[in-house]
Design a protein around this ligand. Structure first.
Ligand SMILES: *Cc1c(COP(=O)(O)O)cnc(C)c1O
Length: 355
């Protein structure tokens, strides 16, 4: 830290992204990226748009918002797009939470929530998931707090039904409820339809996972017109050109290739179920994930050791040091071939270690 760093931020511990190693080619199952490339028309759209890079992007991002509005059945005034969904989450925290409206979210969830809360000096409470890692809706009902829930949740992969979400939204009419749907395409139903009924619901999503565009940074938020207007006040106070030209075009092209991405999601879901079954055969416990990762632990080896041994063998998975989940690893679902290799490597480790 320099001697100039503001006291406001000196206590921050920033989010730790999954490793992106350069020294060796790994089978990368650690950051929930898609193993599939973007659809061919995305590549084409980016190449075409790059010829216009001397011009600023459209600050209103009208075309991509129109396309999102159409696909999700809402009005364009209900949509904001951002530089990854991390950005819309940060804006939403800034806009809708403060000392008077503190945040609540699960103890085991996306690691960025406490970071954004601290960055914006918002008090927060982490509510323990139930023993089986599910969310008890009663913990969030009628709390007069700003609620954030990832659905499906990460890194557990557990999904909460829409009627539970609706109960939480309905019972906190003085607060915004933020539902982070980064993984919804892998086995959940979106809550977007509920924004017409509730003015306190913000639903966020991303092109990073199911749409193979993590590197393009495109996220979105759906909410009633006035919630979106508030987020835009912050967006225009930060960076009106937060989504670049090529990413806007890539997003439009991706939305136009719905079948391609639906097919990829189907493959991921099949591989996920295969991987969970195979891991269970080896004695692992899995959570029954609804996302593009599995969350698994074994009594035969610690979570940390399995992570390290897999890394030595060229397979990267994500391990969290957090006490409640340190026995687990979060394993991104790659291609069927990659998952086969993962299973082979785990069997090798068990043999070599006589486990
Ligand atoms: C990956 C992820 C995001 C956001 O990713 P972006 O790449 O910023 O869109 C948001 N929430 C959860 C739970 C995630 O796993």
């Amino acid at each position: 830290m320099s001697r100039f760093f503001s006291d406001r931020f000196s206590g921050l511990s920033p989010y730790t992204p999954g490793e992106q190693p350069k020294e060796r080619r790994y089978i990368k199952l650690n950051t929930n990226e898609s193993p599939f490339p973007p659809s061919p028309n995305v590549e084409e759209a980016v190449a075409r748009e790059s010829a216009k890079l001397m011009l600023y992007s459209d600050p209103e991002c009208v075309e991509i918002r129109e396309a999102l509005a159409e696909q999700y059945g809402v009005d364009i005034s209900n949509v904001v797009v951002t530089n990854g969904s991390d950005e819309v989450l940060n804006f939403a925290f800034m806009a809708f939470a403060d000392e008077k409206r503190p945040l609540i979210f699960p103890d085991i969830t996306y690691g960025f929530y406490p970071v954004f809360a601290k960055l914006n000096r918002i008090p927060y409470t982490e509510i323990p998931l139930k023993e089986d890692f599910s969310i008890d809706k009663n913990d969030y009902m009628g709390k007069n707090k700003t609620v954030v829930i990832a659905n499906p949740n990460a890194p557990t992969g557990l999904y909460m039904g829409l009627s539970d979400i609706e109960d939480i939204v309905k019972s906190n009419p003085k607060n915004v409820v933020i539902i982070d749907e980064a993984y919804v395409d892998f086995g959940g139903q979106s809550a977007v339809g509920l924004i017409k009924k509730y003015d306190n619901l913000l639903v966020t999503g991303t092109f990073s996972k199911s749409r193979s565009m993590a590197g393009a940074r495109l996220g979105f938020g759906f909410g009633c017109q006035s919630l979106i207007a508030d987020i835009n006040t912050l967006r225009y106070s930060t960076n009106p050109y937060n989504v670049n030209r090529m990413t806007c075009e890539a997003g439009k092209a991706a939305l136009a290739s719905r079948e391609y991405y639906d097919e990829n999601c189907k493959k991921i879901i099949e591989s996920r179920e295969w991987t969970e079954r195979e891991l269970e055969k080896l004695g692992f416990e899995t959570t029954g994930s609804h996302a593009n990762f599995v969350f698994a632990k074994s009594d035969r080896i610690s979570g940390k050791e399995l992570y390290l041994k897999l890394k030595q063998k060229g397979v990267l998975v994500r391990h969290f040091d957090k006490q409640r989940i340190c026995q687990y690893n979060r394993i991104t679902v790659g291609t069927a071939e990659q998952m086969k290799i993962l299973l082979e490597k785990i069997k090798e480790i068990f043999e070599e270690e006589n486990l």
